[in-house]
Write a protein of this length. Structure first.
Length: 99
């Protein structure tokens, strides 16, 4: 069975696809990882290839996708910190000024 081929724009990326992408590239994308081509409008498109058991993806790279991936990884790290931390949350005492 031939794998499905998809080109995914950052605007349409699903949470599952973002998870797959960040698992493969946890430190970000290197220019050597990218496939660059001209689309039908003559514009240069940068993509990151990724293959799963059923699908071959090309994820269009943009500043916005890089931000989404970074935020996704940050949120994931925050969740791990919460799950790993058995101590009570930090609290800060607030002193009131008496005038």
């Amino acid at each position: 069975m031939e794998k499905q081929r998809l080109i995914v724009d950052y605007k349409n990326i699903t949470a599952e696809q973002l998870q797959i992408l960040t698992d493969k590239y946890p430190e970000g994308f290197d220019p050597d990882d990218m496939i660059v081509y001209k689309n039908s409008e003559g514009k240069t498109v940068r993509t990151i290839p990724l293959e799963t058991e059923t699908t071959k993806y090309l994820f269009k790279i943009s500043v916005e996708l890089e931000r989404k991936a970074a935020a996704f990884l940050e949120d994931d790290d925050d969740q791990e910190d919460v799950n790993d931390d058995d101590a009570a949350p930090d609290t800060e005492a607030v002193e009131e000024d008496e005038d």
